[in-house]
Design a protein around this ligand. Structure first.
Ligand code: ZN
Length: 238
């Protein structure tokens, strides 16, 4: 089996750091954002053509899936985020991006290390509702889609797809979790609602995915599942 077929796909939640747009306070900051943004455009934009948001996409803490990112993998994600698309809710329907991440930094807050990128969204009429939902605190959670190659068991340090340990179970007083190692790609970042029907849909889809397939599935399986996520219930075996 090829390495591609052994890749895992994952999603992890974060949050919108500033529910209000970041308005650079100095000309220097404006120019800094503008020059970085214009690296991704086909013509130079002006200050009034975009709005900037700052998001936390993922962090090093153990999450609800009993997994975590080692700090060196967060550094890899941090390098891969610029240029990736920002999606609305989650791209289960193949919708087009709403924005582009143009800068990413690692943010330390006590023990918590997070990947904190900035994203620009064009101030077009078609983005007005999207921007308003973020500014109004409705879209306040984020989701990062990524692939990785090695889910390392915290108990035995082997591939958790092959060892006997189960994430979330206790072994001699130690809770099992797995470290997501070998980050391959950052696919996209999404902004999702909190507590709305949209959130429920995203949450249900995500829960369904992990209940049915977990991260023991392969990338090729994920690609098929994206086409028909609620119909394919076959557990993926390597
Ligand atoms: Zn193990």
């Amino acid at each position: 089996m090829s390495i591609i077929e052994k890749l895992c796909f994952g999603e992890r939640w974060g949050e919108v750091v500033n529910i209000h747009p970041t308005l650079p306070s100095t000309e220097q900051e404006k120019e800094s954002d503008l020059s970085e943004i214009n690296r991704f455009t086909l013509r130079p934009l002006t200050i009034n053509e975009f709005i900037v948001f700052t998001l936390d996409l993922c962090h090093n803490q153990i999450d609800r899936h009993f997994s975590c990112f080692p700090e060196d993998e967060l550094e890899i994600i941090n390098r891969k985020v610029p240029g990736r698309p920002l999606m609305e809710r989650h791209d289960l329907k193949g919708s087009l991006p709403r924005g582009t991440f143009f800068r990413s930094t690692l943010h330390q807050d006590g023990d918590r290390l997070s990947v904190r990128p900035k994203v620009y969204v064009l101030t077009l009429e078609e983005n007005r509702n999207f921007i308003a939902n973020i500014e109004g605190g409705i879209y306040r959670e984020t989701s990062i889609g990524f692939s990785f190659s090695f889910p390392e068991c915290s108990i035995c340090n082997k591939d958790i797809r092959r060892c006997v340990h189960v994430p979330g179970e206790n072994y001699e007083g130690k809770m099992c979790f797995y470290r997501m190692r070998g980050i391959q790609e950052v696919l996209e970042g999404s902004v999702v609602a909190c507590g709305s029907q949209g959130t429920s849909f995203v949450s249900d889809a995500r829960t369904h995915w992990f209940e049915q397939f977990g991260e023991k599935g392969g990338l090729s399986f994920y690609q098929n599942a994206r086409k028909n996520i609620f119909k394919n219930k076959t557990w993926c075996k390597e």
